[in-house]
Design a protein around this ligand. Structure first.
Ligand code: RP5
Length: 207
């Protein structure tokens, strides 16, 4: 729509594609509407998932299942910050242009993948520290969460594949009322399950 309007800094009357005021207002309204309309379905941004090794895949399967249950499109790749640094960098650099809205990066041990991804994009990056063979995942937790000022990584719990998906959904839902309603419904269903379990416990304890 913008190409119908006079370029910034040039007098509108000089522009050969000058459009009368009512049509100009309509054009601006149309171009703004996309920011307020629900963006479910094919207009939704994708979530990009990157893991450092296929040994992290069981955790990321939970992420993918959760995204699928919410109808969120995603791509999932194995790119390592140290074994395939160029592929990891290229994915991050081109992510915004490739239609991603949020990136999730999962790695274990000296887990610098999320930070390396975040260094190459201003999309929000969610880090999942994966539990490795030693140190119970504390190594990956500290490596992922302790980013110096300037390059943030929003870190979820060790092996927090589900929460990474839910947090990415909440980020996308800022501009998507349909997705926000799905998240509300999921929380209500989770709450109902807890209350059912409480009722069963009360019945067992109190007869
Ligand atoms: C990290 O090293 C990976 O993210 C994985 O969690 C860990 C071990 O990788 P593998 O030796 O199992 O490939 O880079």
């Amino acid at each position: 729509m913008c190409h119908f309007l006079a370029p910034a800094g040039q007098p509108e009357m000089m522009h050969k594609n000058f459009v009368p005021m009512p049509l100009r207002i309509f054009a601006v309204q149309c171009s703004c509407m996309k920011f307020y309309l629900p963006q479910g379905g094919q207009h939704m941004k994708k979530v990009g998932i990157v893991m450092g090794s296929d040994s992290d895949l069981p955790i990321l399967r939970k992420t993918m299942d959760t995204l699928t249950s919410l109808g969120i499109p995603y791509e999932c790749h194995i790119y390592s910050a140290h074994r395939t640094p160029e592929e990891a960098r290229d994915f991050a650099v081109s992510a915004r242009a490739n239609g991603f809205g949020v990136l999730i990066a999962a790695a274990g041990m000296a887990a610098h993948l999320a930070g390396a991804i975040a260094a190459n994009t201003t999309l929000p990056v969610i880090g999942i520290p994966c539990k490795g063979p030693c140190l119970d995942g504390i190594d990956a937790l500290l490596s992922t969460v302790m980013m110096p000022s300037g390059i943030p990584v929003a870190t979820v719990a060790v092996n927090g594949g589900v929460n990474a998906a839910l947090l990415s959904a909440q980020i996308l839902a800022v501009e998507d009322a349909e997705l926000a309603a799905k998240l509300d419904a999921r929380r209500a269903a989770d709450a109902a399950k807890v209350l059912e379990k409480d009722a069963a416990l009360q019945a067992e304890l109190n007869g």
